[in-house]
Unconditional design. Structure first.
Length: 293
């Protein structure tokens, strides 16, 4: 019995790690936006759901699998995020936080109601051949779709790291995040860099949505859950830390999977918020966050 339990526990942890990779990619978009612009995207979960719906529509009406549709969805989200920041969010930078909150809350409400109007309240999912496949690694059995989604999330995270560390515009964004006034003094177009950053963050959450639809079906009502989940992840990992967002995603994924094994799947959020409270008590800035100056 003990051996069977340990095997089930290892299986649950592995499943949580794979799902946590996608969670981390979702939270990465939120962390990137906050880390550069110091604006919290309260429409993040709604954007995740829109990405899931776009991937579902591509599969349902065009026969394109979510993995193949992912680059297109990421580009669409980048363009939409860029335009949203330049046209709507940019004037609110520097305004009181409650005004930014109300603005993005309004965007969230518009997005979720658009999903309701176009697709209805019923759950929508994709039926892929790979959903019935699995890989055996010793005594563990890995779901093919979760493994593929996790590998894609890791690849996107690596590309994002290379973008911020190796490209000229990525380095400029980091410079603007570190010293806004200094960036203006040396002639950087900070407004354009902020719009580019929001576009990158939106592309991350859109890609995460395209991956998540292969794991679970989507409904418009998932948006609030994903917004809260993204906040829990970035707070646990550390606001503004890209590595922290990925680490937080892994921890939350594992905590949910273990909760589903030990308790009930409906109580998985209890573990996640319990982990959040523990981190806030012991390390308020998050696991990899920097202390407030």
């Amino acid at each position: 019995m003990t051996q069977d339990f340990l095997l089930s526990l290892a299986q649950a942890i592995t499943k949580g790690l794979l799902t946590g990779m996608v969670y981390g990619l979702m939270a990465l978009g939120l962390s990137v936006i906050f880390g550069v612009m110091r604006i919290v995207n309260f429409a993040h979960g709604e954007m995740m759901v829109v990405g899931m719906y776009l991937a579902w529509m591509g599969f349902e009406y065009l026969g394109v699998t979510p993995m193949l549709a992912l680059p297109v969805i990421a580009l669409v989200f980048f363009a939409a995020g860029y335009a949203l920041q330049r046209g709507l969010i940019s004037p609110f930078i520097g305004r009181p936080e409650h005004q930014q909150f109300l603005l993005l809350l309004a965007v969230a409400i518009l997005l979720v109601n658009a999903c309701l109007a176009l697709a209805g309240p019923d759950s929508r999912g994709v039926q892929l051949d790979s959903q019935f496949d699995s890989y055996e690694v010793g005594p563990l059995v890995l779901d093919a779709v979760r493994l593929h989604a996790a590998l894609a999330a890791v690849a996107i995270a690596v590309l994002l790291w290379l973008f911020f560390t190796r490209t000229r515009i990525g380095k400029s964004i980091r410079a603007a995040a570190d010293n806004h006034m200094g960036a203006l003094v040396v002639g950087l177009d900070v407004r354009r860099l902020y719009a580019f950053t929001f576009g990158v963050g939106a592309a991350c959450v859109g890609a995460a949505g395209a991956l998540m639809i292969t794991i679970i079906p989507v409904t418009p009502f998932l948006s609030v859950e994903y917004t809260l989940l993204a906040f829990v992840i970035v707070i646990v990992g550390g606001l503004g830390s890209m590595t922290g967002a990925l680490l937080g995603g892994l921890l939350i994924g594992v905590s949910e999977a273990v909760a589903g094994l030990l308790l009930q799947p409906s109580l998985k959020s209890m573990f996640s918020f319990g982990l959040l409270i523990l981190v806030l008590l012991l390390r308020p800035q998050g696991l990899l966050g920097k202390p407030a100056r």
